[in-house]
Write a protein that binds this ligand. Sequence first.
Ligand SMILES: *Cc1c(COP(=O)(O)O)cnc(C)c1O
Length: 394
Amino acid sequence: MTLEELDKKYVLHTYARDYTNFTYGVGSTLYDESGKDYIDFASGIGVNSVGHGNEKLANAICEQAKKIIHISNLQVIEPQAKLAEKIALLYSDDVGVFFSNSGAEANEGAIKLARKYGEISFPKKRYKILTLENSFHGRTLATVKATGQDSFHPSCFAPYIDGFSYVKTLKDVENALDDETVAVMIELIKGEGGVAALPKDEVQHLVKVLKEKNVLLIVDEVQSGVFRSGEFLASQVYGIKPDIITLAKGLAGGVPIGAIVTPHKDVFVAGDHGSTFGGNYLSTAAGNTALEILNNIKESGQLSKTIAYFEDKLQTILKENSDKFEAVTGLGLMRGLKAKSSEIQVKTIKQSLKEGVIVLKSGNNTVRFLPSLTITKDEIDEGFARFEKALSNI
Ligand SMILES: *Cc1c(COP(=O)(O)O)cnc(C)c1O
């Protein structure tokens, strides 16, 4: 059987897969089985924050694997405690962290924490959560319902979890609150919904409104977090301190991990929440090393240079292809190029892969760029040269 036949026979068909067989990567360059190279502007949907084949990360994983991969959360786990401390020191010393294995699972935990807060803080329980249209919060039954896109709620999976409703913009939040609303959950930059960054003044106003009404703000930073915005958290770019922040994708450089970060440290008590794998030795050892690498490139100024260079390239592409695209969107190294039609979007992504540069789809006809944060100037140059060549063939 070919690899494609094997996959089709034995793996469930939940993805519309491409069958390029990548065998290894170096930095932001991937190689397929025929030896053809590709510039990776997708980094596994924002997961490979420190690139492919990163020696420091590989060594940390290897060293940890030789000692202990896993012991349950019934014991204290040294790299877990250290990673929690690192996250707090990069953000705010008053927060506590719970580790899970994915973004959806982190959001599930955030929803549970908010609902318990709603139970213990008010005479009449609050449990409803407002989210934004075109948001994306995950694929579990609760987080898919939190996702403000009807196409994610087909009747075949019903009944869904109660208590979620959607608003079009942040300006609509105030009117939509009622005495049972416990939280508002948002992405500051909508990853799947067109890489659109929310207006800063609207976010800061929302924070004020929610504080007055004692409603929690949950910020889903599964995609925007871990230095992708240029700061450790996009919340820091916006100058806000949400009640709950969730992280995942880039946090351990590709090893599955998720995290809930909150100053509400006394809501959960022993037994309220848990995970078998969450925060184990392997993932948190990887997380500690990934954060060290990423904090170094931030502190040295390299990250902000990369962001400026990447943005410059995108603006040039936009200027020279104004027949195909209408805007550069997003923040930091979480970027979109909004196409004038879905046909242009789809063709751009397909043709790019052919030319040897990997880019992603997002909503609103947007071509999405999520390069690893360690991408070099040469890789950016080469990737955009290939991207331009792809565009000239559309
Ligand atoms: C990817 C993503 C999720 C889901 O994360 P998984 O690890 O796939 O469960 C949730 N929220 C946002 C904003 C995401 O980008």
